[in-house]
Design a protein around this ligand. Sequence first.
Ligand SMILES: Cc1ncc(C[n+]2csc(CCOP(=O)(O)OP(=O)(O)O)c2C)c(N)n1
Length: 378
Amino acid sequence: MTVMEQRGAYRPSPPPAWQPRTDPAPLLPDAEPYRVLGTEAAAKADPALLRRLYAELVRGRRYNAQATALTKQGRLAVYPSSTGQEACEVAAALALEERDWLFPSYRDTLAAVARGLDPVQALTLLRGDWHTGYDPHEHRVAPLCTPLATQLPHAVGLAHAARLKGDDVVALAMVGDGGSSEGDFHEALNFAAVWQAPVVFLVQNNGFAISVPLAKQTAAPSLAHKAVGYGMPGRLVDGNDAAAVHEVLRAAIRHAREGGGPTLIEAITYRVDAHTNADDATRYRGDAEVEAWRAHDPIALLEHELTERHLIDDDGIRHASEAAEAMAADLRERMNQDPVLDPMDLFAHVYAEPTPQLREQQALLAAELAAEQEGGHR
Ligand SMILES: Cc1ncc(C[n+]2csc(CCOP(=O)(O)OP(=O)(O)O)c2C)c(N)n1
């Protein structure tokens, strides 16, 4: 039959039936970020949890101030402060079970410390040392990740592997709003949704990626809306409301643990300090914006709730502040000691089998160090 004859025989017919593979409605985020503090939902929050969150928030803010001071004293190379974002940090750590894993970015030192990591070890990388500074397996905290969003596929891989092995483990991956534009973000969310991996993605939308505001980062209605395109639920939460962040994370972690697959949570918050000590935030944002966010401060919000409901008194507030001071004094003292480093360590863990070039460089450095030592003894 010729093409012309075929055309003549062709009878238009409707395509095979199509319908969405899942109902998108339940995946959509609510119109407003979820809040607990100052709402009726606060009455249902566990007082012991609120007090614990408060103590961690106060300690976290003091940690940020102390670490920033250490950069000025030359004891730390760089510090990305999370002041203003402490509720996300602390709630993330406390929402996980001990057996779960946290995959933090460079800004998430507080989450790592709230999970039990030694405050000094959490700063090892930022002090310019070559390694992570801690054993990730000890507290199930992956290395603080500087390349944007690379921690996300790592989290998915761990979570997926755990499920294949039958281990009851959920991974929580933290990322910034800027990180959501990376290819790794797309690949991680797509893979996690297709394989229903037990992983929760927490985007801290703190308004900026260094100097780039969210409006230049995405045209999506919200970052939480991106979840629908991957086929997972998207949730919006007030990132300065520690009780709300904890509740939303707990629900998503439970959902993942029960086999329900991943969730994308966008926490709306604000980076009150500059990007790092090396950044001048006055060049790209005004004081009025910062002041508006200071008025919605995570510590003040929770302290107000606790005092209004007589869940904490002046002694309790003083105790939290004294504990934070003691942590800061210890951090100061230990960070002021010169680290004992062996330059030869540079060659360890690079390759299982060092290359000839690396061996040559290793020998060269060893000789230089030996000569230097000899010179010193003379
Ligand atoms: C792959 C990659 N590209 C660029 C950078 C440089 N960089 C470091 S932080 C940053 C901004 C990230 O912003 P965001 O993800 O919103 O996180 P925030 O710093 O606000 O917590 C950029 C572009 C990097 N670290 N990694």
